[in-house]
Design a protein around this ligand. Structure first.
Ligand code: G6P
Length: 613
């Protein structure tokens, strides 16, 4: 969703702001803008445009300006259409600002401000903040920009990451955070602010992660952080290990394709140092769960959204199978509003790539308040869920730029597989020998994936044959059911072809009515404990003339009788089959979308990190 980048320093910053915004594009947006203070006059000039960044860059080229304090923003519309007048930055009097999040009480604040004679030029919730700051400042000119911002924040309810600058105040940028991420950094006479690390990763790797309620003043000489009470405070500087190159395309046509190919390495990173085949043990110290607590667990509840929710559904199969602890999974947006049954002996686990998804964050907070122990399975370090949960397992996927999640998903699967083994050992349901076998299978996954990625030409052929289909059905059983759902989600997200993922056994209760010779049916049929059942479902599809793409174990000749096309996956242990078949459905969706020529990395209407409800 929205993105912010800010700079105070000695360099002309227009290029830096525009390239920072490019690095935030992946989050999803529909308008953008920059504001820069003129060094001589102190005047802040704005340039904003509806649509993609190319339009903003064109508008900027038509009337260029520059300076060494500025901010930029990409907006994903919530309040008001994605038109130029609603694009950020917004100006009120001397104050110019950009905002991520939602101001919940903006309507009443707006009414008040209008009554006091303030004129609004946008439909956004954000503009009230600019007016409140400008009003506080006009009423008490002795205040600093920071103090005026603080006064305005006292009136606001909602979530925000804010970057504020002002005319005739060209030396500084004020930022604030509440329930929407903001990082700041200082070095070499420059200070940076960003809602998301990749925006400024080319300039620094040492960041301060602001906490909720924090504000900060950024100047050339340094940065000062204030806590929620307004007291000057120190926050640790954390060094990010991601290198800037990992957020670049590196010759791949799309970030998504690069991220698909990165999976073997990122899964290896996620397993590294945590699994020991010799000892048959998994080490997850950040989990902070001892044997006694695990023995007492009455259930595990997963909350997540989107692709992460499918990782949670697979976790249910793995944990129940291996550790024999009851597992429930809930869409975070449903969990929040259904009065869930949680006890002190419940373990609530949020799975989230970003660690910032609004519904997932609210759900895990709710579970914690109801007494559950909480755990985050998160990719972005120092994200809100990672910081708030009692324990955390970081996936080491690195920055994921493509909106459609790929490597974040398979590293989540690696994490939940390790968790299942760990819990199995702690409950005593899994002996060392069994654990060794599972760990061995896990460790082999990256090698199998490498081999599968060596030649992807089959997918290009399939894309040619199937790209005109109007609708796809994906079928799977057991832990291949969530993979079927994930495959359908990937396809619809990036190719805009309608697709549904169904439990194969449920097909007879509805979707079978759709099957004809126009309808491709992707059947996940690797050799495993439910193989024979899936094969019967395959026959049912065949009998109705459906076009079958079977994803099966290599060498399985029986599938040839039914399938129009077969994609072979390596013969791996059932426990790790989801990771391997996930790669297949990702490649299928990618090549179909590529054939259709859609905007794969930034599909229409989608956002990478959904930070509003
Ligand atoms: C958005 C993204 C999805 C992601 C979902 C949950 O919808 O486009 O790819 O799966 O949010 O995000 P999270 O960061 O919580 O995993």
């Amino acid at each position: 969703m929205c993105g912010i980048v800010g700079y105070v320093g000695t360099d002309q910053c227009a290029r830096l702001l525009l390239s920072g915004l490019r690095r935030l594009e992946y989050r999803g947006y529909d308008s953008a803008g920059i504001a820069i203070a003129d060094e001589e006059s102190g005047e802040v000039r704005l340039c904003r445009a509806e649509g993609k960044l190319d339009k903003l860059e064109q508008a900027y080229r038509d009337e260029p300006f520059d300076g060494n304090v500025g901010l930029g923003h990409t907006r994903w519309a919530t309040h008001g259409k994605p038109v130029e007048s609603n694009a950020h930055p917004h100006r009120a009097g001397r104050v110019v600002l950009a905002h991520n999040g939602i101001i919940e009480n903006y309507l009443e604040l707006k009414e008040e401000l209008v009554e006091r004679g303030r004129e609004f030029s946008s439909e956004t919730d954000t503009e009230v903040v600019a007016h409140l700051i400008d009003e506080a400042w006009s009423n008490s000119p002795q205040l600093s920009l920071h103090e005026a911002t603080q006064a305005a924040l006292d009136r606001i309810e909602g979530s925000y990451a804010l970057a504020v600058m002002a005319t005739e105040n060209p030396e500084e940028l004020v930022v604030a955070r509440n329930a929407s991420p903001m990082v700041i950094a200082h070095g070499g006479g420059c200070a940076y602010a960003a809602s998301d690390i990749p925006a400024v990763l080319s300039y620094t790797r040492d960041f301060i992660f602001l906490e909720d309620g924090d504000t900060a003043v950024l100047r050339r000489e340094g940065i000062e952080v204030f806590d929620a009470e307004g007291n000057s405070t120190e926050r640790d500087v954390k060094t990010i290990s991601w290198d800037p190159v990992s957020a670049e395309k590196q010759g791949y046509k799309h970030f998504m394709l690069k991220e698909i190919h990165e999976q073997p390495a990122r899964i290896t990173d996620t397993l590294r140092g945590r699994v020991s085949v010799d000892r048959g043990e998994v080490e997850l110290p950040e989990l902070r769960l001892d044997e006694q607590t695990v023995q007492k667990l009455d259930k595990i509840v997963f909350v997540a959204c989107g692709t992460s929710n499918y990782a949670a559904q697979i976790a249910k199969y793995l944990i129940e199978e291996v550790a024999r602890i009851p597992v429930e999974t809930d869409l975070a947006s449903e969990f929040r509003y259904r009065n869930p049954l949680i006890t002190d002996n419940t373990l609530a686990i949020a799975i989230s790539q970003s660690g910032e998804t609004a519904d997932t964050l609210a759900a895990i907070r709710e579970a914690g308040e109801l007494g559950a122990r909480t755990l985050g399975i998160v990719n972005v370090i120092e994200s809100t869920i990672a910081r708030e949960a009692d324990g955390v397992i970081y996936t080491h996927a690195g920055p994921e730029i493509g909106v459609a999640s790929t490597k974040a998903f398979t590293t989540q699967l690696a994490a939940v597989s390790m968790l299942a083994i760990k819990l199995g050992r702690l409950t005593g349901r899994l002996d060392v020998e069994e654990a060794r076998t599972l760990i061995e299978a896990l460790r082999e996954v990256p090698n199998h994936m490498e081999a599968m990625l060596e030649d992807t030409s089959q997918y290009e052929q399939l894309a040619r044959s199937y790209h005109e289909a109007r609708s796809f059905l994906y079928l799977g059983r057991g832990h291949q059911f969530p993979i079927a759902a994930e495959g359908a989600l990937k396809l619809k997200e990036i190719s805009y072809i309608h697709a549904e993922g169904y439990a194969a056994g449920e097909m007879k209760h509805g979707p079978i009515a759709l099957i004809d010779n126009e309808m491709p049916v992707v059947v996940l049929a690797p050799k495993n404990s439910v193989y024979e059942k899936v094969k019967s479902n395959l026959e049912e599809v065949k009998a109705r003339g459906g076009r079958i793409i079977a994803i099966g174990t290599e060498g399985d000749e029986r599938l040839e009788t039914f399938a129009d096309d077969i994609i072979a996956m390596p013969d791996v242990a059932e426990f790790v089959q989801p990771m391997v078949s996930a790669l297949v459905v990702q490649l299928l969706a990618y090549y179909i979308a590529d054939f259709k020529g859609t905007d794969i990395d930034q599909p229409r209407n989608l956002a990478k990190s959904v930070t509003v409800e």
